[in-house]
Write a protein that binds this ligand. Structure first.
Ligand SMILES: NC(=O)c1ccc[n+]([C@@H]2O[C@H](COP(=O)([O-])OP(=O)(O)OC[C@H]3O[C@@H](n4cnc5c(N)ncnc54)[C@H](OP(=O)(O)O)[C@@H]3O)[C@@H](O)[C@H]2O)c1
Length: 295
């Protein structure tokens, strides 16, 4: 039995679909308020709980062999990085160990080990990576760069307006990962011997400059892009203003600023390891978008 947290998220839903196709028994950890109908329809056992409750995590781990931690904090979640990326994973590791789980796959983030002090999500992921590696569980830590599925709403906006908002350095590089490829890796980690007790950088096959993304949209929609390029200082200004009324949101924006101010791409050797570990070829961003966008 697999337990998947964040099962209703962008990545979690894809993992559930794959495990269902492989006829693997799956328990999906969802909140009562989540939209989990599709998961139920796919035969997942639904566990309704709150990741911020230790008791719920202990219950959810009972009878489980493999855990995939695919939840995270986002703008709409009740808790921030400290509650969801840190405490919920710390308690999940403890519950998994107590329940005799064999393996836990953790979705971290590329650059978790770079010591970004101003980015609560990166700090939480790094602390959990260390706790997991020191635990008695078998583990796989996947450190993805940005997800290709994040770009689908931006592509839709581009289709309607021709506008692409690019904050910060247009030449900054990122190896955006196909969210479907990452889901394949997450679903396979527990049963792939080469992934056992490994920490893997996960990115797409190209280190794309940010300015190449509107060019890809332009090719797909056959329309010239209008690129609006505010400097990173615009985010700093917004953060300072927000700090006056909402200090929590100001702290959360630190993660966004870190993402915009730095490069997140994989080295060729890291991509080789990834492809040989999981035995498939990584999908480009353009190929991913063309599969999802109907013209
Ligand atoms: N998106 C990226 O570009 C990116 C890049 C690198 C790493 N990552 C990491 O990849 C993972 C998956 O990201 P994602 O974008 O797919 O996540 P997401 O769409 O933001 O999903 C978050 C999930 O967590 C669930 N959740 C939040 N609070 C909960 C609670 N208290 N109890 C139970 N469930 C709760 C949400 O449930 P609801 O459906 O009810 O809200 C949702 O299923 C995360 O760990 C993220 O940090 C993401």
């Amino acid at each position: 039995m697999f337990l998947v947290t964040g099962a209703t998220g962008g990545l979690g839903r894809r993992i559930l679909r794959l495990l269902h196709e492989q006829n693997q028994p799956v328990r999906a950890f969802v909140q009562l308020s989540s939209r989990y109908g599709e998961l139920e329809h796919r035969g997942a056992e639904i566990f309704i709980g709150d990741l911020q409750s230790e008791r719920d995590l202990q219950q959810a781990c009972k009878g489980v062999q493999f855990v995939i931690s695919a939840h995270g904090s986002n703008a709409s979640s009740r808790g921030g990085a400290e509650a969801l990326d840190y405490r919920a994973n710390r308690d999940l590791i403890a519950a998994a160990q107590a329940a005799g789980v064999a393996h836990l796959t953790f979705i971290s983030v590329l650059g978790a080990d770079r010591g970004y002090e101003d980015a609560p999500v990166f700090k939480a992921k790094w602390a959990i990576e260390q706790q997991l590696a020191a635990s008695s569980l078998g583990f796989t830590i996947l450190r993805p760069s940005g997800f290709s599925s994040n770009l689908l709403p931006l592509a839709e906006q581009f289709r309607q307006t021709g506008i692409y908002l690019l904050v910060g350095d247009p030449q900054s590089r990122s190896s955006i990962i196909s969210t479907d490829d990452l889901a394949r890796m997450a679903a396979a980690s527990a049963t792939t011997p080469a992934a056992l007790n490994q920490t893997l950088a996960v990115g797409g096959p190209e280190a794309l400059q940010r300015q190449e993304i509107p060019q890809i949209f332009s090719r797909i929609f056959n329309s010239e892009p209008i690129v609006i390029n505010p400097p990173l200082m615009a985010i700093d200004g917004l953060r300072s203003l927000l700090g006056l009324v909402n200090p929590v949101a100001q702290t959360s924006l630190g993660t966004l600023r870190t993402l915009l101010a730095n490069e997140f791409f994989c080295k060729p050797a890291e991509l080789e390891i990834l492809e040989s570990t999981f035995g498939f070829q990584l999908e480009t961003l353009e190929a991913f978008l063309r599969r999802y966008i109907s013209l």
